[in-house]
Write a protein of this length. Structure first.
Length: 276
C-alpha cells in the first residue's frame, strides 16, 4: 500500500477509513470521527465544559468548545460521553466498532532488544521510561487536532499496520501500537499538525531517535527510529515543519518511521486522524 502525504488513499488503503462516522447532530454535543477500536471522536460542546467518558472525568473542552477522546485497541462496543457545565448536561452514547488486527512476524532482531537481561541495560531502560513518561504526561491547552492531520512523510509504504500482534524472533510480544511507514534513510519527517515538542531524544534503546509532540488535551504523537532530530523539547512547531529524518536506530531492521499516538493512557491509530 503506497500513499503520499496529502493524497487520496486507494486500493487496500481504504481499510484505513473504516469506521468513519458522524453521530447524530445535537446542538449541545456534536461528535464526528472514526468510531472504531484505535479510533477517536472529535467533539464540540460548551466552551470549557468537562468531558466524562463512562462516568469518569477525563478532559475538558477548549475555549472554542472543541475536544477529542480516543478509543483504545480493546475499547468496549459502547461508550457514553457527557459534557457538563454549570448544571447543564449533554449526553451521547457511541457504538464503537471492532478493529481488524493481523499478526506480524519480525525476525533477525538483536536478542537484547527483544528480552534484555543485562543489569546495566535494564537500568538504562528504566531511566528512559522516566523520560518518555514525562513527555507523554504533557497537557497543553490547545486543540490543534481539530482539523485532522497530514501524513508525516511525503511518500512511503505501509510496512506494518497499527495494532498488529507482534511475534519478535519467534516470541509473542505486546501489540504494535504504531503504524510503520517505510521510506529511504534520511527522508524528512514533518509535523502532521501543530503542537509542542515534549521530548526530543536520540539514542534510546528501543526507539532510537524519538520525538514527541503534544497537540493539545493529552493527544501526543511519537516518531521513532530517527537518524537525525531537528527540534528541541519546549519548541512549538507548525503543521508541515521538519522535525527530523527517517532512520533505523533502536529496535529496527530497516529504515522506516514508526508513527504512534496516545490520548492520555490510550493507544490510538494516528492514520485514522489523517484528514478527518
Amino acid at each position: 500500500m503506497i500513499l503520499n502525504r496529502r493524497g487520496v488513499i486507494t486500493g487496500s488503503g481504504a481499510l484505513l477509513a473504516a469506521g468513519a462516522a458522524r453521530a447524530q447532530d445535537d446542538p449541545d454535543l456534536t461528535l464526528t470521527g472514526r468510531f472504531v477500536q484505535g479510533g477517536h471522536a472529535l467533539g464540540r460542546t460548551w466552551p470549557r465544559a468537562l468531558i466524562f467518558i463512562d462516568g469518569e472525568s477525563l478532559t475538558a473542552a477548549s475555549a472554542d468548545g472543541r475536544f477529542i477522546i480516543g478509543f483504545d485497541r480493546d475499547a468496549p462496543g459502547s461508550i457514553q460521553i457527557e459534557a457538563r457545565l454549570d448544571g447543564r448536561v449533554a449526553r451521547r452514547t457511541l457504538d464503537v466498532a471492532g478493529g481488524r488486527f493481523p499478526s506480524t512476524r519480525i525476525n533477525g532482531l538483536p536478542p537484547s532488544t527483544v528480552a534484555p537481561s543485562d543489569p546495566e541495560l535494564l537500568a538504562r531502560i528504566r531511566r528512559e521510561v522516566v523520560l518518555k513518561t514525562e513527555g507523554f504526561a504533557s497537557r497543553i491547552d490547545a486543540d490543534h487536532f481539530h482539523d485532522g492531520f497530514d501524513w508525516p512523510l511525503e511518500g512511503f509504504r505501509v510496512s506494518s499496520r497499527w495494532g498488529s500482534q507482534r511475534v519478535l524472533n519467534g516470541t509473542p510480544a505486546r501489540p504494535h501500537y504504531g503504524i510503520d511507514l517505510a521510506a529511504p534513510q534520511g527522508t524528512v519527517i514533518r509535523a502532521p499538525a501543530a503542537g509542542r515538542i515534549t521530548l526530543a531524544q536520540p539514542g534510546l534503546h528501543f526507539e532510537g531517535g524519538l520525538v514527541l509532540i503534544d497537540h493539545g488535551q493529552g493527544l501526543i504523537t511519537a516518531y521513532l527510529h530517527q537518524s537525525r532530530i531537528d527540534v528541541a523539547a519546549g519548541q512549538d512547531v507548525r503543521r508541515g515543519e521538519p522535525i527530523g529524518r527517517v532512520g533505523m536506530t533502536g529496535r529496527a531492521t530497516g529504515p522506516h518511521l514508526c508513527w504512534r499516538m496516545k490520548w492520555r493512557d490510550r493507544n490510538l491509530d494516528p492514520s485514522l486522524l489523517v484528514k478527518t
